[in-house]
Design a protein around this ligand. Structure first.
Ligand code: MV4
Length: 454
């Protein structure tokens, strides 16, 4: 049985993992950088070890130091959270070979899904719809142009080693294609050390809808419904909700079954996400799989009542999932706003610094996952998310009214935050009517005066 877990992360997710471990009676070891000495996860964990300087590359990305800390403190498992080393197949492999359980999928699954072209091919063979495009990476320009013409413009060029929107280029004709193809290859080579790219038909103004997967080591694969993550800016999600206001129950069923088939094709184990694009007609296409717990997992937890972090730990411990697909009830509507220390009226410039007064909302149907507190200094070395506000209720209307109320109560002094922006969006008829696509944020920002969200 797992008795002690090293948490290889920081911020709200590190705190979230400490809390799950406490309830399971598992001891925790926090690792932290010199910039996070005052962090809540360090104070609340049973033990803590400093692993290096403020930069991620000197601390949270140092697999060697993290594994040393794991051995010194004699932990049984490592929870990687999201970001940092969470989707690093080599790190998962190192844990496996040191006899430390990596709380996540097998390194083979991470590797397979990390290559976005292999991932597409794998799920296609399992009967999951994918965006029409090239079969695998395309090595030379002449062939690439031929394929782009055959697919039909506009097309999107994506890095095989990319994901999450990094390294994507759009082309509308042969001339722009030739240029973008080379830019994409060069960028991919620089960013990932792998210049391989593939081509897809560009779906205009899609919805971004993902399914939560949970799988045990005995071959049981379940889905926990979807999250609509269409409200994003520069591939940073801002708002996530479940159920999606766009899906019919028929489409939801079809997509859920496809998501389970996709995870089965990857011999997937632990928590993961199957991402789909959905066009205006309701056609859906697999685009990629995330082999980690995600920021927005609380949305699913509040809809289903299932604690995903606890389930991750139980599955890593070799236990069978104690429920079946039919036991999962989707009875609530949940919505999450990401609270970032950014200034929306100044192009979302980061706003690190010291929080003065901090007062989080509460009451019926309100959850706040945050590591912030009065006097907390937000370091400038990491992402700007300082918390997540999740509100839930029996209907979408109740959840939206509740989150507007909770946003109005939320006090964070001393730094700029996305709270006023979220209030403006929650009052926007387009959003309220459930009409947001991935084009929503750009449109909202262009038609809304800055004083409404600053
Ligand atoms: C696409 C797409 C349209 N067509 N693929 C963005 C996140 C990454 N996981 C995949 N993404 C997209 N892939 C095809 N074939 C649209 C997006 C996309 C997007 C693209 C450009 C600018 C903003 C975007 C926002 C959301 C999704």
């Amino acid at each position: 049985m797992i008795q002690k877990i090293l948490i290889a992360n920081r911020g709200e997710i590190a705190l979230r993992i400490v809390r799950a471990c406490r309830e399971l009676g598992i001891k925790t070891l926090a690792v932290y950088s010199e910039a996070d000495v005052q962090s809540l996860h360090v104070q609340l964990a049973d033990e803590a070890i400093c692993i290096g300087g403020p930069k991620s590359a000197d601390s949270y990305l140092r697999a060697d130091r993290i594994i040393s800390a794991a051995e010194i403190a004699d932990v049984d498992a490592i929870h990687p959270g999201y970001g940092f080393l969470s989707e690093n197949a080599k790190f998962a492999e190192q844990c496996e070979s040191c006899n430390i359980k990596f709380i996540g999928p097998k390194s083979k699954s991470i590797k397979m899904m990390g290559d976005k072209a292999v991932a597409k091919d794998t799920v296609r063979k399992a009967g999951v719809p994918i965006v029409p495009g090239s079969d695998g990476p395309i090595e030379n320009e002449t062939e690439a142009v031929k394929i782009a013409r055959k697919i039909g413009y506009p097309v999107i060029i994506k890095a095989v080693a990319g994901g999450g929107g990094r390294g994507m280029r759009i082309a509308h004709n042969d001339i722009s294609f030739a240029k973008e193809y080379h830019v994409a290859r060069n960028e991919a080579e620089k960013a990932f050390g792998n210049g391989a790219v593939y081509i897809e038909r560009y779906i205009e103004k899609p919805r971004h809808i993902e399914f939560q997967i949970l799988a045990d080591s005995h071959g049981k694969v379940l889905h926990l419904g979807e999250r609509d993550c269409s409200v994003q800016r520069r591939h940073q999600k801002l708002i996530e909700e479940s159920p999606s206001p766009f899906l019919s129950s028929d489409l939801r069923k079809k997509m859920g079954k496809a998501a389970v088939r996709a995870a089965e094709a990857a011999a997937y184990e632990n928590a993961g996400t199957i991402e789909f694009l959905v066009d205006a007609k309701g056609n859906f296409y697999f685009i990629e799989m995330n082999t980690r717990i995600q920021v927005e997992h609380p949305v699913t937890e509040e809809c289903t009542g299932i604690d995903l972090i606890k389930q991750q730990i139980l599955v890593a411990n070799g236990e069978k999932l104690s429920f079946d697909q039919g036991d999962i009830k989707f009875e609530k509507h949940a919505i999450e706003c990401r609270i970032n220390a950014e200034d929306p009226s100044r192009n979302f410039a980061p706003s690190p610094g010291t929080i003065g007064l901090y007062y989080a909302p509460g009451g019926h149907g309100v959850r706040v996952d945050s590591h912030a507190y009065s006097g907390y200094v937000i370091p400038s070395h990491y992402d700007s998310m300082i918390g997540k506000l999740i509100c839930f209720g029996t209907t979408r209307k109740v959840a939206l009214e509740r989150i507007y109320r909770a946003l109005s109560e939320y006090i964070i002094r001393g730094v700029k935050t996305t709270i006023p922006l979220h209030k403006a969006i929650m009052a926007d008829p387009v959003f309220i009517e459930g009409k947001a696509t991935t084009a929503y944020m750009e449109d909202f920002m262009s038609r809304t005066p800055p004083d409404l969200f600053s």
